[in-house]
Design a protein around this ligand. Sequence first.
Ligand code: SAM
Length: 226
Amino acid sequence: RLSERLTRVASYVEKGAIVADIGSDHAYLPCYLIHHQLAIKVVAGEVAKGPYESALSQVLAEQLQEKVTVRFANGLQAIKRDDFVDTVTIAGMGGPLIATILNQDIERLTTVNRLILQPNIHAKAIREWAILNEWKLVAEEILQEDDKIYEILVLERGHMKLSATQALMGPFLIIDKKNQVFRLKWSKESAEWIRILKAIHGAQISREVEMKKHEIEEKLKIVREA
Ligand code: SAM
């Protein structure tokens, strides 16, 4: 059975899509997308040998090699022009890494009109990347599974503006600020920031740490106000 997290990612794939799943690991998501007739074709990209091999054997075991192509490649380099990929999924990594992957070979997104991204942490990095690169959020979701909290960000091409609060907490997520998981996420984050601020209080700190401290204080202020 696919995890709740990846099932929710899959729910944003539009029927008939051609998908590239970057950092696919075991290729569970690509196989699910084909079995549930959500995607007609999927490219599963992996940069690490172990995960690449487990993706290959999973696809063979499920006899989906006609519809799921596993490629050993760094990030978006798994996508070829004649794949006509229209949807990219990247799940289970930090927001900054996801943004780096998108930036590295951005021209590979030419045929793509939907990004479904599931950062484990720092979703803000993705929202900032989206603004700079003319993508707009069309949906966001927050969920909890096995004591971990995940966000899902769905982007389409277009322009958006976000306030500092929206960039940090998510323009769609903040609308539903009574949501239990949303509240839990930000109370946990705040507690961690307070712990860090206490730990460095009164200490001699470098310029770099000073900047980090300032950033944390700003974020804490935003979350408290929200
Ligand atoms: N997407 C799956 C999920 O959500 O369950 C797997 C997540 S796993 C934690 C992250 C995977 O991304 C690893 O298998 C890793 O090898 C792969 N990865 C990290 N950086 C990558 C990159 N630049 N290109 C392709 N794969 C990458």
